[in-house]
Design a protein around this ligand. Structure first.
Ligand SMILES: [Zn+2]
Length: 71
């Protein structure tokens, strides 16, 4: 599983928009440019909502590029 400590720090303490529960880090399978990989992202334990940071969604992060290069 891929971890992004800076992102987890940035989104620490965020609450689920749907039910107000605090989101906790958990493994999430993402597909990016046709590749699937598992990353640690904030997840709502109650309803399963996942917070996908825009850095990650837009593929802006250097780490994402590195993951893809390793494939
Ligand atoms: Zn929720």
């Amino acid at each position: 599983m891929q971890r992004f400590p800076e992102l987890m720090e940035k989104y620490r303490g965020w609450r689920c928009a749907a039910c107000g529960e605090e989101m906790t880090p958990g493994p999430v399978a993402l597909e990016y440019m046709g590749n699937e990989f598992v990353v640690e992202l904030p997840v709502c334990k109650t309803c399963g909502q996942v917070l996908v940071p825009e850095e990650l969604a837009l593929g802006k992060m250097h780490e994402v590029e590195q993951i893809l290069e390793d494939k």
